[in-house]
Design a protein around this ligand. Structure first.
Ligand SMILES: NC(=O)c1ccc[n+]([C@@H]2O[C@H](COP(=O)([O-])OP(=O)(O)OC[C@H]3O[C@@H](n4cnc5c(N)ncnc54)[C@H](OP(=O)(O)O)[C@@H]3O)[C@@H](O)[C@H]2O)c1
Length: 357
C-alpha cells in the first residue's frame, strides 16, 4: 500500500502530462504541504519532488481500480485528462465521461479521506467552438444544445457528491498558453513559427485569420496562472461546488496583439489574408529548415513546433471571446497577467531555448 507522505494533502492529477496538468503538478510539487500522484498512460521519464507517476488507462475501469487501489491517502483529485480529439469540433462524450467515472470509482473506493474533486472544463462550455455566443460569458449562462462532454462530466460530479464528504469545483479556461517545448498544441510556438516563415520568405506579417477575428476581442489563459487558480479553487471554502472562468484577467484585440508580434520579429504588419494554415503550411518544411539553419535553432521538424489545426480553430473565431472572471476574483483569487506581455514573454523564452528565432 502506498502511504501518504505525511506532509498533509495528497493530490492525484489525472491527465498528468497534458497542457493543464504539467504546470499544476509543478505548482503543487513546489509546496511541501502537498504530495502528488500523476496519472496518464505514458508517464514522463522524471518527476519533481514529492511526485510519482503511475501508468493508467482511464478508459479501462479494471486498470484504474488495480493501479489506483494502493493510493489510500488521496485527499484531492484533479481531473485534467482528455480523450484524443480533433480540432474545434465536438469531442467524445462517451470516452470523456467514462474516463472521469472510472477514476472517480477507483479513487472513491481507495481513498476514504477524499476531500475535493476538481474538473478542468473550458470555454467550449459556452459554445466557443460553434460560433458567436453571449459575452462576457458567465458561469451560469444557459447551456447550448448538447452534446458537450463538459456538461455530462459536471453533472456526473454534482450527482456523485450528493451525500458525500467531498466537495467539487471546476475551472473554465480559454486556450492555454505556456512555454512547453514537449507540447506542440500551443498557440505561442505556432504563431512564432508562422512569423519566422513570413520573415524567411521576406514577407510582412499577414494575419491569416478571418477579418472579423482581427477586429474581435479575445482572451488567453497562462498555464501557470491557471494552475494557481485551480489550487485556490480546490482549497478555498468559497469555491466549493462551483465552476469558475479562468483567464489572464484582461482582453486583447488581435489587431493590437498582431502588431506586438510583428514588432518582436522586426516585421511590418501585413494585411488580413485568411489562410487555412493546415493547407498553406503543408509545403513549408524546407522554409522552416532554412530558418533552423540560419538561426542555429535546435533541429526540429515544423510539425514538432507548430500545430496549424489549433491555430486555424482559434483564428476562425471572428467574434468576441470574452469571459467574466469576477466570480473567481470574489473568492479572493487576485492574480492576473497582461496577455500581450505574456505572449511576448513566452516567445522570448522559446527564442532563448533556441526553438524559435
Ligand atoms: N489545452 C487547452 O488549450 C485547453 C483550453 C481550455 C480547456 N482545456 C481543457 O482542459 C482539460 C485538459 O486538457 P489538456 O489540453 O491539458 O489535455 P491534453 O494536453 O490533451 O492532455 C491530455 C492528458 O490526458 C491523458 N490521457 C488521455 N487519454 C488517457 C487515458 N485513456 N488514460 C489516461 N490518461 C489519458 C494524456 O496522457 P496519455 O496520452 O499519456 O495517456 C494527457 O496527460 C480538457 O478538459 C480540455 O478540454 C484545455
Amino acid at each position: 500500500m502506498h502511504r501518504s507522505s505525511g506532509t498533509g494533502r495528497e493530490a492525484m492529477v489525472a491527465g498528468a502530462t497534458g497542457a493543464v496538468a504539467k504546470r499544476l503538478i509543478e505548482v503543487l510539487a513546489a509546496d511541501p504541504g502537498w504530495s502528488v500522484i500523476g496519472v496518464s498512460r505514458n508517464p514522463p521519464g522524471s518527476a519533481p519532488a514529492r511526485t510519482r507517476y503511475v501508468p493508467v488507462d482511464l478508459l479501462d475501469p479494471a486498470d484504474c481500480r488495480r493501479r489506483l487501489e494502493p493510493f489510500s491517502g488521496v485527499t484531492h483529485l484533479f481531473y485534467c485528462a482528455r480523450a484524443r480529439h480533433g480540432e474545434g469540433g465536438t469531442e467524445s462524450v462517451e470516452e470523456n465521461v467514462a474516463m472521469l467515472r472510472n477514476v472517480l470509482d477507483a479513487v472513491e473506493a481507495a481513498a476514504p479521506g477524499l476531500q475535493h474533486v476538481h474538473v478542468v472544463e473550458g470555454l467550449k462550455w459556452y459554445g466557443v467552438h460553434l460560433g458567436p455566443y453571449p459575452t462576457p460569458a458567465q458561469e451560469d449562462d444557459p447551456r447550448h444544445m448538447p452534446p458537450n462532454f463538459y456538461y455530462d462530466q459536471e453533472d456526473l460530479v454534482r450527482q456523485r457528491r450528493l451525500g458525500k464528504e467531498w466537495t467539487w469545483s471546476a475551472s473554465r479556461p480559454n486556450a492555454v498558453c505556456d512555454v512547453a517545448p514537449e507540447r506542440v498544441r500551443n498557440l505561442i510556438p505556432t504563431l512564432g513559427a508562422y512569423a519566422a516563415i513570413c520573415a524567411e520568405l521576406g514577407m510582412p506579417l499577414d494575419f491569416p485569420g478571418r477579418p472579423g477575428t482581427f477586429r474581435a476581442l479575445t482572451e488567453l489563459t497562462d498555464a501557470t496562472l491557471l494552475a494557481r487558480a485551480i489550487v485556490h479553487m480546490a482549497t478555498t471554502a468559497a469555491c466549493r461546488n462551483e465552476a469558475f472562468n479562468v483567464t489572464n484577467g484582461d482582453v486583447v484585440r488581435w489587431s493590437r496583439l498582431w502588431a506586438r508580434i510583428a514588432s518582436f520579429y522586426g516585421l511590418a504588419v501585413g494585411s488580413v489574408r485568411p489562410l487555412k494554415l493546415t493547407e498553406w503550411m503543408r509545403d513549408k518544411e524546407p522554409v522552416w529548415q532554412r530558418v533552423v539553419h540560419r538561426h542555429g535553432l535546435e533541429p526540429r521538424r515544423l510539425d514538432a513546433i507548430a500545430h496549424w489545426g489549433f491555430a486555424d480553430f482559434v483564428l476562425a473565431q471572428d467574434y468576441d471571446v470574452v469571459s467574466r472572471t469576477t466570480k473567481l476574483r470574489r473568492t479572493g483569487f487576485a492574480e492576473f497577467l497582461d496577455t500581450e506581455d505574456m505572449v511576448l514573454d513566452h516567445l522570448a523564452r522559446y527564442r532563448q531555448a533556441r526553438l524559435l528565432p
